[in-house]
Ligand binder design. Structure first.
Ligand SMILES: [Ca+2]
Ligand SMILES: [Ca+2]
Length: 438
């Protein structure tokens, strides 16, 4: 058997349905919801056209639901959680916090359990509800003396991470609030995110005006200070950095900067982008009045959009070409696009996995390949081929046994050979990717 292999050819393809992704953010100063392309182009104000026409007068956290094409956000002016379709239609108030003295801040989503989480800074708690705003439940009460302010979820690991408003700590607990830990001290947290793939925690410190990260392994021995040697500094000399989000496949970080310390650093009143390892200078993608939080819809409808997502705006034409391999990992950009990999990082992930498929009740086994495929794109075509000699490859001798939804507009495809191991002693499979001319 051979490992899954790839082949790149260029052919024209017919257009199909497109769903572009992009960057969504709250502009607290302008009381507006914003959307733009990954490189900051095509900046738009989202106009609401449902049961509310104003997003609120004190906008805070925002989260994108690219499964159902919706955005969720918090308005600290009227103490509400709201929702709208990505185009602003269907806007609705999900939940209004009654009793006064509340401050809904960051919002995050648990898609596996269909739950919306939010921090309530002044009521010192983290709460959740359904995506329709019903069944409001306390998750963690007394989350911090100064109140929880920014948070993230690691649903597969059953963890919630949050930072407090002014106490200087980042905490972690189970999703039911048990096994609470203090991970970090000495940090005025304004944005925290987890990368489950590399077990890395990212956060922003409003006081030192920096973006930091640290391997989760460093917290295994208990609480560490910001000065711990395992804490890395990615970006410095910022203005007033706030909300933070990650593009894990592309290894990019995005953050908002409210700009409330004008003249003190770079990126004020802007949405900024950098690299996971801080290896290239920050990019200022767009400016606003007081950007407060940012989130991403990572779907890409075309190679051009993927380039905007994965490369710096000043990348050279040679670097972004489909046949180029700027990270030197042997995978050309077109294939990095097809399998949702990073074109600027030598990926350790397998492109496709080949295995023997055992079907209960069937007397012989078949080879099968499993791979990640973009759905809803106009310029890619995937084709699984088989061979007995690695020289001649045949189409039409595989069956798509299952297609399961993957993250961010992808799907996980299991394709099985029609030949059994009994009838073919030499048997190879490969996934062919075809990209339309750019
Ligand atoms: Ca590459
Ligand atoms: Ca790569």
């Amino acid at each position: 058997m051979s490992p899954g292999r790839l082949f790149l050819a260029l052919i024209p393809l017919m257009p199909v349905f497109l769903q572009a992704g992009g960057v969504y953010w709250t502009d607290r100063g302008a009381s507006q919801l914003k959307r733009m392309n990954f490189d900051g182009s095509n900046l738009q104000t989202i106009l609401l056209s449902g049961s509310v026409t104003s997003p609120g007068r004190n906008l805070r956290g925002l989260a994108v639901d690219n499964v159902s094409n919706r955005i969720f956000w918090a308005d600290n002016g009227a103490d509400r959680l709201l929702r709208a379709n990505l185009d602003g239609s269907g806007s609705v108030i999900l939940h209004t916090i009654t009793g006064g003295n509340s401050f809904p801040a960051d919002v995050r989503m648990d898609f596996a359990n269909q739950q919306l989480y939010w921090c309530d800074q002044t009521r010192l708690r983290i709460q959740r509800s359904t995506f329709d705003g019903t069944a409001v439940t306390d998750v963690i009460t007394n989350a911090a003396a100064s109140g929880p302010y920014f948070m993230d979820l690691d649903v597969p690991e059953g963890k919630i991470y949050w930072g407090d408003f002014s106490g200087g700590s980042i905490f972690r607990a189970n999703l039911d609030g048990s096994q609470r830990e203090t991970l970090l001290t000495g940090n005025n947290t304004r944005g925290v995110r987890i990368d489950p793939r590399e077990r890395m925690l990212y956060w922003i410190n409003r006081d030192d005006k920096k973006v930091h990260r640290c391997p989760l392994a460093a917290f295994e021995g208990g609480t560490i200070p910001l000065t711990h040697p395992a804490v890395q500094t990615l970006y410095t000399n910022l203005d007033t950095p706030h909300g933070l989000t990650l593009d894990i496949p592309a290894r990019k970080i995005y953050w908002a900067d409210t700009g409330t310390n004008p003249g003190n650093g770079t990126g004020g009143q802007s949405i900024c982008r950098g690299d996971f390892d801080g290896s290239t200078p920050l990019e200022i993608l767009a400016t606003g009045s007081e950007p407060w939080d940012v989130d991403l819809d990572l779907r890409c409808a075309s190679y051009t959009e993927w380039v905007q997502r994965c490369f710096r705006r000043d990348a050279s034409v040679d670097q972004i070409a489909p046949e180029a391999d700027p990270d030197g990992d042997g995978v050309p950009n077109a294939v990095e696009y097809a399998f949702d990999l990073s074109p600027m990082h030598a990926d350790q992930l397998k492109l496709a996995t080949l295995f023997v498929r055992v079907t209960p009740g069937v007397s012989d086994d078949q080879q099968a390949v499993i791979y990640l495929r973009r759905s809803g794109v106009s310029d890619l075509k995937y084709n699984v081929q088989v061979s007995t000699n690695l020289l001649q490859w045949s189409d039409g001798e595989t069956v798509e046994a299952s297609v399961a939804p993957g993250p961010d507009g992808t799907e996980l495809v299991l394709s099985s050979s029609i030949h059994t191991l009994m009838t073919r002693s030499n048997h190879f499979m490969r996934v062919q990717v075809q990209l339309a001319p750019q």
